[in-house]
Design a protein around this ligand. Sequence first.
Ligand code: ADP
Length: 395
Amino acid sequence: MSGRNILVINSGSSSIKFALVNENQDDFIIEGLAERIGTPDAEVTWKENGEKKHLQLGDADHAEALAQILPHVQKAAGTLTGIGHRVVHGGSQVHEACLLTPDVISVIEANASLAPLHNPPGLMGINAAISIYPELPHVGVFDTAFHQTMPEHAYRYAIPEELYTEHKIRRYGFHGTSHMYVSRKGAEMAGLPVEDSCWLVAHLGNGCSATAVVNGESRDTTMGLTPLEGLVMGTRSGDVDPSLQVHLHRTFGWSAQEIETLLTKKSGLLGVSGLSNDMRTLIEASEKGDEKAALAIEIFCYRLAKSLAALSCALPRLDGLLFTGGIGENATLIRKKTLDHMRVFNFKLDDQANQSCVRGQGGKISADGHPLVLVVPTNEERQIAIETLEVIDAQ
Ligand code: ADP
């Protein structure tokens, strides 16, 4: 097999996603997911050259799960050039992908309080993979890094300075790997040089965020200190009046934990619909007359449109709007409803093109003579592999 192979690892609290990416091949050699890690039902399923495979992992923790998975990856790869790890929070210290040296690992540890659900399991995956493959280069690719180009007026909150200087409280932004990949791909699709292009990017999956990208750099984004700020998401509220939290505490005696659970796990599409966090389910339900599902969709689209309009303040001009993520790549209704709210931008969809760009098919969905709108399927694993190779090549 020609071309170098990179293993991409994304460790969550009870799951590990992985992909074996060859630099010259569009399809991944292996793509898999280990789930229920830390329970007796831990298991891994993966696709290897199109064939489905499955393994029970016993009561495996992250280290044990990787120890069982990696020999299969190694066998399929032959030679591995390096491992790219997705890391959620690199704070202000990390501006780009970098080798996971002890110093960088300390930075990830130091930022764990800002991403308590993500950085600790990420570290478990990193430490386990390093102990299995100590001789390979391990590279961290950070969700926050792409947004380190935001200007201070975009990343600071209007709160006293010492909270920023002493406690690192500022806006960081997330989904950077996807926003970077999609803005570059969008420029390529539009025939524009990345370094002279201006985009609004809407990444709409279970988590949702939008970013203003100018000349390949993030200038503002909707997520902030944590991935709760901004757009309405599957189970996250996005923006609410900050006083809501005080009100719930003072008036109803809710604890910090209860408020956090409410806003991160019980809100968003799920909270409004009372039915599901899954957009497909809500679209089907609303078509059958479910009014709460319909309202959840309306709030989602209106709030998305409002945020995109706000982000346009960070652009010198608009070359186009890019939709990505499970919802952005598939939900034709959501794309239409969102643009219908943005009347002053003069967006207009080509209905047929909008219907055709689903299930991984990207392309232009705007009508001729109107601002460009593209569907750009994201590929975070590919972007992590690209950045991992760039770091290895620069050594
Ligand atoms: P994650 O953020 O976990 O990677 P995805 O990017 O896979 O999530 O997006 C998941 C979301 O995409 C879910 O809300 C799902 O309902 C939605 N989605 C996937 N396919 C469709 C579709 N055909 N129509 C509407 N929504 C869809």
